[in-house]
Write a protein that binds this ligand. Sequence first.
Ligand code: TXA
Ligand code: MG
Length: 531
Amino acid sequence: MTGAAGPGRPAGSSSEQRTATEVLVVPLEPYTARGGPETASRAGEVASTSGRASGDAATPLVGHLAIARAAAMLAAGDVVAIPTETVYGLAANALSAEAVGRVYAAKKRPADNPLIIHVSSLAMLAALYPPGWTLPPIYQPLLRDLWPGPLTVLLPRSPLVPDAVTCGLPTMAVRMPAHPVALALIAACGFPLAAPSANSSGRPSPTLARHVAADLGGGVIPLILDGGACSCGVESTVLDALRSPPAILRPGGVTREDLMGYPGLEALQVYRKDFTDAALEAAPTTPGMKYRHYSPTAPVILLDPSAPAATASAAVATANGAGRNHSGNGSCDVEGLAARLRQATKALLAEMAHGIHEGGAPAPSGSAGPAAAPAGPASGHGPGAAGLSPAVDGGASGSSVPLGPPALELASQLAGGGPVGVLRTSLAGEPPGLLQQRAPATAAAGVGANGQADGAGGGSSRGAPAPQRVIEYVLGHVLRPADVAAELFAGLRALDEAGCAVIVVEGVADEGAGVAVMNRLRKAASRVVHV
Ligand code: TXA
Ligand code: MG
């Protein structure tokens, strides 16, 4: 079971003495009804049937050697990376300020960003409160139906939970993860685990054990439990039903539509989509508001199909729901939208290639360019746009796509070397993952102008003299946004690892599971282009 990245170490010893991180694979196969750990829906089913919110969520995994080892380390005050159905988490004893401090240190997480507390049973949650405490009624049916699962709820803070977890807030965030390894580990510990995503602060969240190792391996943390791929792939939905009207503070694996049928949640709002609040906005606690998030090393250019008025920054200026876009109120033509975005990518690549060809691009400038540009709507044309057409015909859709400044910035980046990454959905049913072995459709429009075909050379070419090469990563079918969400962070990381100088991302409809996807992408983006 040891896929060791190096020798382990005694729990509690200092990180300075540690040069390797141990990886223990926890095989779920013998413990699941239908097979391995590779999909979280299976994991969720196992958790649901064996645990359910009301019961003891312990599974046979509680006795597994790796679980016992991890539990001992956590009991000794150390941190351990663990799989959940959403993303990998970096866990510590939620009742120990010292242990929780190690989480912040390992992630380099700002000290004012509170953590989610993970429990394995409702009894464990109740034990955090004085005798006689009851769950607020509005949460009762939710937790009965949706736990274990990707739903985090805000509750009044327990007196047992240290400030290090809540950052001094009067509330605490709690969830029960739907992954048998996480559930078994928490049950084995007998205390709740505080666990943020197990990435270095600001990086895309990890959905595979090797993502954790890439960020926190090499001895930064002592142990990673490998429980396979996280099938949800985006973090939990953070719900505050203590406020009126209730609000989703962070969209995630449970959608607004999933929640709105419950009593008291009929008027549920999504923060920064439907409303804003000056106090929340000023607080670093509002999930993901204050700090840069989800960003690969390469700058990300997001092609956003939402009207600018529906973007986060515009919504902030537009109180209480004004500015909903065409896709905000229900279904839209997602296939048409995807086709429009594909055309926009072609236009962007063509304009970019033109910029390189004509010498229109400024010289490479290190940290300047998209990475340094503030995220936000790209509109009009700055002084650097000279030589590029002010608008590019979107092609078959007939839409006009003003891409000048970002195209020029991209050209600038590419002049420094490295391929363009394109992260996109599929209309044709291509399997998810990297497309490196053939010339992609998006490459044909403009990139071919420089006479280079995509792909055959593989992905690792940072610094190669073929800046126009395109590497595509397919997230999933456009009609299955939950599949797209599951691949999102893996896709960003894969294009980064492939050495892409920039990553162009085709957005998705801002509805259903797509709300969480667009939320993450807008935070990851160096530049948002409305198309
Ligand atoms: O799916 C998930 O939620 C994953 C897995 C590991 O469980 N965890 C996760 O944790 O995403 P993290 O730390 O990356 O994000 C937790 C978010 C933060 O944005 C934080 O601001 C918010 O939850 N949060 C925590 N406590 C809060 C509170 N009392 N009030 C408002 N927001 C809170
Ligand atoms: Mg996080």
